[in-house]
Design a protein around this ligand. Structure first.
Ligand SMILES: [Zn+2]
Length: 378
């Protein structure tokens, strides 16, 4: 009862009094996203200047969500959240069951879905919607994130009264946490668990409910506000570092594009639509092809060699390198990987996995680049 899972009577009562004003359980959600869509279009992904590491990391996770999400570290005002929020408009829309709070695919509703129950009449209404990119606000409670169970109603009336949380809304999309390093450890832990398993299990007082929750976790943070614990760091697939651009030309371009977007967001989005469409098709192709990409032996050897040289603990390093290499080959329309793929994504996959060496006086990124130069690109 001390881990946040236990419900005291007090909490149960306060939940009930709140419940009266809250939206009914399993409320159809078309209204909100449709209304939001009337608002100005998001800044186009393809119009974000620079930040190639972050954009590549997001694309690789779009192609293969099992890479394990992205941790983005960078100072304020470096377009971290702009790039993430622009994903919805970039990605192909998805079909979903109209009233399903878990965004089930009408063609293949999740067998775990409490609403669709694997098919039947529940899935007759469908709609096409943007890929969900759900924001997890700082200070969100575990109930808000995972969903909450009305234990008393379940016990007394025998009904399954579950109010889905943000993990339900993020199914088949992205869950974005700004300032992830300020989130409580147990919540980060929960999110990483669910992201890895694709299933959210809520248990209270011996009652349990499961629902599908497959999403790409994207966490961002400002390095000045503290680091994530190493145990949590390591479970993010990729780590993109964002720096303030120091060249004048791209900085001028950032200002130009921002002004053009602010002046007329619709026109700006329309102007970039051909670029968006091109990348959208490329990602779609890559999603379809990535399972067929041949992960070659020399790629695996390069990944393992790099991890040995850099003394990376465990095997997540080379597993992530290999998955990302396959996704990269698919993105570039190739049928097999090469060690060059490993070289290109080495920093993204390993930066957060290096042991801190107090005697080492060069940065982790330089150590990685040095090892890549010695082992692969030499
Ligand atoms: Zn469903």
């Amino acid at each position: 009862m001390n881990n946040g899972h236990g419900l005291s009577f007090k909490r149960l009562f306060s939940r009930q009094s709140e419940a009266a004003d809250e939206e009914p359980i399993l409320l159809p959600r078309e209204a909100a996203p449709a209304a939001r869509r009337q608002e100005k279009p998001a800044f186009p992904f393809t119009a974000v200047v620079g930040q190639e590491e972050l954009k590549l990391a997001l694309q690789l996770c779009v192609i293969d969500p099992t890479i394990g999400g992205v941790l983005v570290m960078g100072h304020r005002g470096t377009a971290k959240s702009t790039a993430v929020r622009s994903l919805a408009a970039l990605l192909p829309r998805l079909d979903r069951v109209a009233n399903c709070p878990y965004n089930c695919d009408p063609e293949a509703p999740s067998p775990l879905c409490p609403h669709c129950g694997g098919g039947g009449t529940a899935v007759t209404h469908k709609l096409t919607d943007l890929v969900p990119v759900v924001d997890l606000p700082l200070g969100a409670t575990e109930d808000r994130v995972a969903g909450s169970l009305d234990v008393e109603r379940a016990l007394v009336e025998g009904v399954q009264a579950f109010a889905p949380g943000l993990l339900a809304r993020a199914n088949r999309g992205f869950l974005y946490i700004d300032e992830v390093n300020l989130l409580e450890d147990h919540l980060v832990d929960l999110l990483l668990d669910v992201a890895a398993s694709g299933v959210n299990l809520v248990e209270r007082e011996g009652i349990s409910i499961k629902h599908p929750a497959k999403f790409v976790l994207v966490g961002s943070g400002n390095p000045e506000e503290g680091d994530l614990r190493p145990q949590l760091l390591d479970r993010f697939g990729l780590h993109a570092r964002i720096t303030t651009i120091v060249d004048i030309e791209p900085r001028v371009e950032i200002v130009r594009r921002r002004r053009a977007y602010d002046a007329d967001p619709e026109a700006f989005a329309a102007e970039w639509e051909p670029e968006q469409e091109k990348l959208r098709n490329q990602l779609l192709q890559a999603q379809q092809n990535h399972a067929k990409v041949d992960l070659t032996d020399d790629t695996i050897a390069a990944a393992a060699g790099l991890c040995v040289a850099l003394e990376v603990d465990g095997h997540r390093g080379e597993l992530t390198l290999c998955r990302a290499a396959v996704a990269l080959a698919a993105l570039n329309g190739r049928t097999h990987t090469t060690p060059q793929d490993v070289a290109q994504i080495a920093t993204l996959a390993l930066l957060h996995r290096l042991r801190k060496d107090p005697l080492e006086n060069v940065g982790d990124d330089i150590r990685i680049r040095r090892a890549v130069a010695e082992l692969i690109t030499a």
